[in-house]
Design a protein around this ligand. Structure first.
Ligand code: GLU
Length: 305
C-alpha cells in the first residue's frame, strides 16, 4: 500500500503544491503506507532535470521524505505502450486524426444537439467509427493519429475524502498523442497500478479526471485508489495560484525572510494542525493530523504568508 506525490517538473512548486505534498505525506505516513514521489515528465519540452532537482530539494527542506527511488515517467514509455496494447486487444482503442481546431469546431457546431451525457469539451467521437478506407485516406494526407479510448459516455462515481461523492461521465480520452507521447491519464493509472498506489492525494483540479481514471484502472485489471482531492490554494483574485501572485515558492518566500520551518508552520495552520505562528515539526503534525480538520473550501494564498 502506498500514497504518492506526483508533480510535473515544469517549474518551482508553489504553496498550493507544497500544501498538497504535505497532505499526501501525512495521509500516507499516518495510515502506515509507503510514500512515493513520481516525476510526471511526459512532456520533455516543458520538463527539466533542473526543475526536478529543485522540487525534490523543496520537499526535503520541509522535511518530507519518500521511499525508494524517484520514478520518472519519461523512462517508462514501454509500460504505457504495453498498456495501450492491452486496451487495444480489448477493442477499446481507436485512431483519431482530428486537430484541436477541428474538435473545437465540431463541439461548437454540436452545441445545440442533445449530447447531454458527455462532459463539457468531450471529444465528439468524429473518428470513432471510421472505415478502413477512411483511415487510410487520412493517413495518406500525412496525418498521424492520436490514440483514444473507446467509451460509451458511461458514468462513473468516485467517493472522495474531501469532495464527497462525485459523478462524472467518461469521454474518449486521449491515450497517446499524435507524436507518440503517452497521455497523462493513461500514464497516471499505469503507474499507480504498477507502484501499488492505493491512496491518491492531489489537487482538486484533477477531480473531474478521476472517473476516467477509474474506468482505465478497471480495464487494465486493477481497482481504483482512495481519492483525496485537495481544495486549491487561490491567488488574491480568486484565480489558480501563479507567478503573478507574488511570493509563492520556497525560494521567493526565503527572499522575504521566511524559513522553510515557518512555511511548514503556516501550511500546518492551514490544514488545521497548528495555531498561527506555532513552531511545529512533522512528527507533531503526524500526531495531530485528521483530514476532518482540513477546511473544505479553497484557501486564499494570503492566509499562508
Ligand atoms: N502531475 C500532476 C500535476 O502536477 C498530478 C497528477 C496526479 O497526481 O494524478 O498536477
Amino acid at each position: 500500500m502506498a500514497g504518492r506525490f506526483a508533480p510535473s517538473p515544469t517549474g518551482a512548486l508553489h504553496l498550493g503544491n507544497l500544501r498538497t505534498a504535505l497532505l499526501a505525506w501525512l495521509a500516507a505516513r499516518t495510515s502506515g503506507r509507503r510514500f512515493l514521489v513520481r516525476m510526471e515528465d511526459l512532456d520533455q519540452h516543458t520538463s527539466s532535470l533542473d526543475h526536478e532537482r529543485r522540487q525534490l530539494a523543496d520537499l526535503a527542506a520541509l522535511g518530507l521524505d519518500w521511499d525508494g527511488e524517484v520514478v520518472r515517467q519519461s523512462e517508462r514509455f514501454d509500460r504505457y505502450r504495453a498498456a495501450i496494447g492491452e486496451l487495444d486487444r480489448l477493442g477499446q482503442v481507436y485512431e483519431c486524426f482530428c486537430t484541436r481546431r477541428e474538435i473545437r469546431a465540431e463541439i461548437e457546431a454540436a452545441a445545440s444537439a442533445p449530447h447531454a451525457h458527455l462532459p463539457d469539451g468531450a471529444y465528439p467521437g468524429t473518428c470513432r467509427d471510421l472505415s478502413d478506407d477512411e483511415r487510410a485516406e487520412r493517413r495518406t494526407s500525412g496525418r498521424s493519429p492520436a490514440l483514444r479510448l473507446r467509451t460509451n459516455g458511461e458514468v462513473h462515481a468516485v467517493v472522495d475524502r474531501f469532495a464527497g461523492r462525485y459523478v462524472g461521465a467518461v469521454d474518449d480520452v486521449v491515450l497517446a498523442r499524435a507524436d507518440g507521447v503517452p497521455a497523462y491519464n493513461l500514464a497516471v493509472v499505469v503507474d499507480d497500478l504498477a507502484q501499488g498506489v492505493d491512496q491518491v492525494v492531489r489537487g482538486g483540479d484533477l477531480l473531474s479526471s478521476a472517473p476516467r481514471q477509474v474506468l482505465l484502472a478497471e480495464l487494465l485489471g486493477g481497482s481504483s485508489p482512495e481519492y483525496w482531492h485537495v481544495p486549491l490554494v487561490l491567488g488574491g483574485d480568486g484565480e489558480r495560484l501563479a507567478k503573478r501572485h507574488g511570493a509563492v515558492t520556497l525560494a521567493e518566500l526565503a527572499g522575504g525572510g521566511w524559513s522553510a520551518a515557518q512555511v511548514l508552520g503556516s501550511l500546518a495552520t492551514s490544514i488545521g494542525c497548528a495555531a498561527p505562528g506555532e513552531p511545529v515539526t512533522l512528527d507533531d503534525l503526524a500526531d495531530r493530523f485528521d483530514p476532518g480538520l482540513v477546511p473544505p473550501g479553497p484557501v486564499a494564498v494570503d492566509e499562508l504568508r
